[in-house]
Design a protein around this ligand. Structure first.
Ligand code: NAD
Length: 468
């Protein structure tokens, strides 16, 4: 196979950046908590000083409202930074572990050592926070890092590159912009850890590439996250939360409710409340949603066509539009759209929707709702709206999900004390606070003999060894 010159140049650049970082990794490993905190503070200060530029970049990428940049990106990043700065010294301290009687004379502890060379591959939907938050944890753990932001949000990718080149030497942190080809070339390098956020399909590619070097991986993936609304739910409150959770970022949120399972007896009041919430949020004075400054757009034509394809398929197979339904291909606009009459053969029930289209299904017995959830891949999030403790526990005991929020949506990402991430198809490994620090660290066990020795276990073996 002949290699294109540009391909050769790319590989040479990546290899030399990687080599420079590999040479520097041992120095980074020796940095103190103060030195790591200093680097993290520089990110914090840069972000504070360039907030307007960050907001503008995402507006230019997909008309993301500045309030949503503040809420979904910057608040979460600042929370992570503050939490890391506050706790890093404690996280870095060796942790004393108990010693069993048989090993008397030894003592054991756990240390977190940096994994070394890490690669962070980010998606486009929260393009700033999902690239920089893992970097904060990678630096906290003492690693060097290469970042690959998404090519679908080029304004934000360029700004990330600018920030990193102003704050870091390339042997510590460097950014490579570009598409899947750049990603694939990076994945050939022998990183110690790969932190990937994106789709399950690409997650498989990343894991297969990591296997060649036995690199560890954190995979923050996606999938179909359901919300169950039972007969005891506060339907008005649930409707508001789900309308917001579905439509923030134009439905392009990994933990957005992907489909609803509503108990039959509350369907009517719930649907009325859901429609009313969508109207209040995006057309409070009766104006078209398209003119709302609070509503982002689908990131590009490819994704617009994909979601429109899901809609067309559902309508063709008998679904009906209960709310919304209008689109504008010129601006990648899709109105918040509620679908009813949903059947399993529809693509909306097979693929992650990742847009403002919401299938609403009903159930009579909670076991039927659980069956709909459990016959699919384990979701990134499962939402439960209920005021019945027994029901909540019943659902928790009989389902599996990366995270669950009871009586709200999306807020799990905001609590740095909670492990955030998926399970199997929705992800491997967890992020947020200490969980992220752990992902970027090797948990090294250290045992030290203080006195004595265990000569009696050496050959020739005696009865004493057999009876141990
Ligand atoms: P994606 O998987 O298409 O792309 C993610 C990154 O991988 C990009 O940087 C892209 O350039 C790169 N990439 C694409 N194809 C590749 C290939 N063949 N080989 C190597 N790298 C490749 O995902 P996306 O469209 O950017 O993001 C949407 C997906 O991400 C959704 O499934 C969503 O649920 C998920 N997501 C998950 C989380 C989470 O925290 N769990 C957060 C945001 C998004």
């Amino acid at each position: 196979m002949t290699t294109q010159p540009s391909d050769t140049n790319l590989r040479t650049d990546l290899q030399s950046a990687f080599n420079a970082q590999r040479g520097h990794a041992s120095q980074m490993a020796l940095t103190t908590a103060e030195q790591r905190i200093d680097r993290i503070r520089q990110i914090q200060q840069w972000v504070n000083a360039h907030e307007a530029e960050i907001q503008q970049a995402m507006y230019d990428d997909f008309r993301k409202p500045s309030a949503e940049v503040s809420l979904g990106e910057l608040m979460a990043l600042h929370a992570e930074i503050k939490h890391t700065i506050r706790h890093l010294k404690t996280w870095m301290k060796p942790q004393r572990l108990p010693t069993p009687m048989a090993l008397i004379g030894t003592r054991s502890h756990l240390i977190h050592e940096p994994k070394g060379n890490v690669l962070i591959i980010a998606p486009w939907n929260y393009p700033f926070v999902l690239c920089i938050r893992p970097l904060v944890s990678a630096l906290a753990a003492g690693n060097v890092a290469i970042l690959k932001p998404s090519e679908l949000t080029p304004h934000t990718a360029r700004l990330i590159k600018k920030m990193i080149s102003e704050l870091f030497l390339p042997e510590e942190v460097v950014v490579f912009e570009g598409d899947a080809e750049v990603s694939k070339a990076l994945l050939e390098l022998p990183f110690n850890h790969i932190f990937f956020t994106g789709s399950p399909a690409v997650g498989r590619i990343v894991m297969a590439a990591a296997a060649k070097h036995l690199a560890s991986v954190t995979l923050e993936l996606g999938g179909k996250s359901p919300a169950i609304i039972d007969e005891s739910a506060d339907v008005n409150q649930a409707a508001g939360q789900l309308a917001w959770g579905k439509c923030i970022n134009n439905g392009q949120t990994c933990i957005a409710p992907d489909y609803l399972l509503v108990q039959e007896s509350v369907k009517e009041p719930f649907m009325q409340a859901l429609k009313a919430s969508l109207t209040t949020m995006y057309s409070p004075d009766g104006q078209p949603v398209e003119t709302s400054a609070s509503y982002a757009r689908i990131v590009n034509k490819h994704h617009f066509d994909r979601i429109q394809g899901l809609l067309t398929d559902a309508l063709h197979k008998g679904a009906t539009v209960a709310h919304g339904g209008s689109v504008n291909p010129d601006t990648n606009f899709i109105e918040p759209t509620l679908l009813e009459g949903i059947t399993d053969d529809m693509l909306v029930m097979q693929e992650e929707i990742f847009g403002p289209v919401l299938p609403v299904l009903t159930y009579i017995n909670v076991d039927d709702a659980l069956q709909v959830v459990n016959k699919r891949e384990k979701p990134l999030a499962l939402y439960i709206h209920s005021r019945n403790r027994k029901n909540i526990q019943y659902i928790l005991d009989r389902s599996s999900a990366g995270d669950t929020v009871v009586n709200d949506t999306l807020l799990q990402f905001g609590n740095v004390e909670l492990p955030f991430g998926g399970v199997n198809n929705s992800g491997l490994g967890k992020s947020n606070g200490f969980f992220s620090f752990q992902e970027f660290s090797n948990q090294r066990g250290v045992m030290q003999r203080e006195f004595g020795t265990m000569k009696f276990i050496y050959p020739p073996y005696t009865e004493k060894v057999k009876k141990m």
